[in-house]
Design a protein around this ligand. Structure first.
Ligand SMILES: [Zn+2]
Length: 114
């Protein structure tokens, strides 16, 4: 009877263990039962780790194969030909736009060519 009390005191993570245990009733001593629980605990722990790994893997793979992050990275490391600023191209350069506004630079010289 002590075993069933222990069984009920297990947290929800042992739901499958409980089912398995109850599906084939055995007359275990408390010590033997505790041993089983320890074993199950290790298995559950491994499964939890596997789940975490499985979750991480596709995320890493997808990010690399998509190439989405790569194009972003290229932009962040590319430098502007106009002001040598990092993170934007010449056609997006805020300094160039401002200079064009001020009339320091003639717009056609930089924007005609793609
Ligand atoms: Zn710039």
């Amino acid at each position: 009877m002590a075993v069933s009390i222990l069984l009920n005191s297990l947290h929800s993570g042992f739901g499958r263990f409980k089912q398995l245990y109850l599906s084939e009733p055995r007359e275990e001593t408390v010590a033997e039962f505790v041993h089983l629980v320890r074993k199950a605990e290790i298995i559950l722990d491994c499964e939890a780790k596997d789940l975490l790994k499985a979750r991480r893997r596709p995320f890493k793979k997808g990010g690399k194969s998509k190439g989405n992050a790569k194009s972003k990275q290229d932009k962040s490391t590319s430098s502007c030909l106009y002001c040598n600023g990092i993170g934007h191209y010449k056609r997006e350069c805020p300094k160039l736009k401002e200079d064009q506004k001020n009339g320091t630079v003639v717009p056609s010289s930089g924007t005609k060519k793609k």
